[in-house]
Ligand binder design. Structure first.
Ligand code: THU
Length: 142
């Protein structure tokens, strides 16, 4: 990554590699996400839908699950790739998920297959976010 404002094409490449594997028989809207952690590792995921529609999972949720399973817990930046219509933007639930592991300064990049890119931050996408500090006690480290 050259700097915080330069689109992370390595993350978009990682997302593009798996984008076509998204399981989307209902929406036909394929999404892939790739996360960079402070260690430099990259974790990716795609959306996986279900005949019971609410059970489907977003690409961001899949990438975060892979990150946690891989032993990492911090998001430096995340790239989300989809195609068609407007640039993709994480749903409300995924904004909360990204906030949990990235905090307000995590960079959230949206992109499409035609090279369009847009940067925002988790804090911009989810102002006044609910988090552990709102509760009496923060989660104990494990
Ligand atoms: N979706 C994602 O995976 N990530 C986003 O950022 C936006 C939406 C998925 C959920 C569903 O499978 C499909 O896109 C249409 O909403």
């Amino acid at each position: 990554m050259a700097d915080a404002q330069t689109a992370p094409e390595d993350l978009f490449d990682a997302a593009f590699e798996i984008w076509d594997r998204a399981y989307v028989p209902y929406s036909h809207y394929k999404v892939a996400a790739a996360i960079r952690t402070p260690s430099g590792r990259i974790y990716a995921g795609v959306n996986v839908e279900n005949a019971s529609y609410p059970v489907g999972t977003c690409a961001e949720a899949g990438a975060i699950a892979a990150m946690v399973a891989g032993g990492d817990r911090d998001i430096v930046e995340i790239a989300v790739l989809a195609d068609g219509g407007e640039l993709v933007t994480p749903c409300g639930g995924c904004r909360q998920r990204i906030m949990e592991f990235g905090g307000p300064h995590a960079a959230v990049w949206a992109g499409d297959l035609h090279g369009r890119r847009r940067r925002s931050t988790a804090g911009e996408l989810l102002p006044l976010a609910f988090g552990p500090k709102a509760m009496a006690s923060e989660p104990a480290p494990d």
